[in-house]
Ligand binder design. Sequence first.
Ligand code: GLN
Length: 482
Amino acid sequence: MHDKTVAQLSSALASGQVSSVELTHHFLDRIRQDDSRYNSFITVTEEAALRDARTADERRQQGNATPWTGIPFAHKDLFCTNGVRTTCGSKMLENFVPPYDATVTSKLREAGAVCLGKTNMDEFAMGSSTESSFFGATTNPWGEGRVPGGSSGGSAAAVAARLVPAATASDTGGSIRQPAALCGITGLKPTYGRISRYGMIAFASSLDQAGTMTRTALDSAMMLNVLAGHDPKDSTSIDRAVPDYTAELEQPLKGLRIGLPKEYFTDQLGAAMEQTVRNAIAEYEKLGATVQDISLPHANLAIAAYYVIAPAECSANLSRFDGARYGYRCENPKDLLDMYTRTRAEGFGSEVKRRILVGTYALSAGYFDAYYLKAQKVRRLIQQDFINAFGEVDIIMSPTSPSPAFVQGEKSNDPVTMYLEDIFTISTNLAGLPAMSVPAGLIEGLPVGLQMIGDYFSEARLLNAAHQFQQVTDWHQMTPGG
Ligand code: GLN
């Protein structure tokens, strides 16, 4: 059962071959048996899951099931879940139980999906390895002692290890695509504003976007069907019709124009990585696509601009954690200032503090123009590069990450090396574009992801391209440990 995709499980539920209660038991058993190895979950909600599964089975009997009714899944632990603690991987929110659902949460709930728990993540989604979680690091099911990527490493590891068939995730600079690549699954970050951010704990609000982690593009399309759409509770969500994302999956790719940014295919890219990605692109040529070189002239500025803008926004967003409103409060504060300072000193981990310091500095009077404003101007240039490129091509392809899963501890003491993990993914967040990572090969037994970037609101086309690739390759079917 656990090897089936969401689409297959959905059919199995529809035909009565299995019940949601049975499925839920099955996946909960797997989590219980295997997750001590991966630490992909922070919270497992066994009781609520079984209750929701019973409700789902009843709903199906009444004849008003959706394709998601009864399907088990997990939420990244930054989506607020009414009555279920939501930690964001931080001591600051270790015991925070939200009194409301995020829109992502309520949409899956309304569809009848069964949440099994909340997945591990880098603290406040800041990181690329899921090592900065207060709840301990997550291990990549593909290699003991290797990181699953981050920040959505718990969701990626859980899907890769078949502990759940799908999970939610979020992507501010690569946190869906990079862990999807490192864990050999399919990840989609939609256009900024396509999915509501309401109730998704904020890191950098102009970059954060929720998305999907599944094994196949079809499952991702099914999930986006549930999640996409305008939300009056999020003023940055976009009021635009939601297509059926599964409708165009079977379109042939003949004539699809693929662009390869010369700034991404440089000598710095290892030979094995380059070969793997080029082999994947060759599959697209066989499917009728044409390939040309393109240029994103400001690509080399993306990391620098991001590491001003994202910390600036995080320093503002995280100012709400002050010990007064909710979350952690230090013991016996002697006065108000002591409460603020000790609460934040004790409640946040070192990467979060580093970002708050950098962001506060960049926003301070006297430095604002030199850093923040400058970074925003660079951001506009990066966006313009993409707009120009999409005048010539339909989809831009590159590796998702510079290398396969690295060893735990290898980069955690060197922030800049860790930041470079997102060299191929960050510009799309700065531009607000949709992008995916699909499994495209193995290097020494570890998964490699192919990144595909599309024009604004071209999720259907990206999913179509990913689905067609998955019809002629089987990388997405490989399981850790063969
Ligand atoms: N790794 C990047 C960072 O640390 C991106 C994280 C994310 O997308 N949430 O900021």
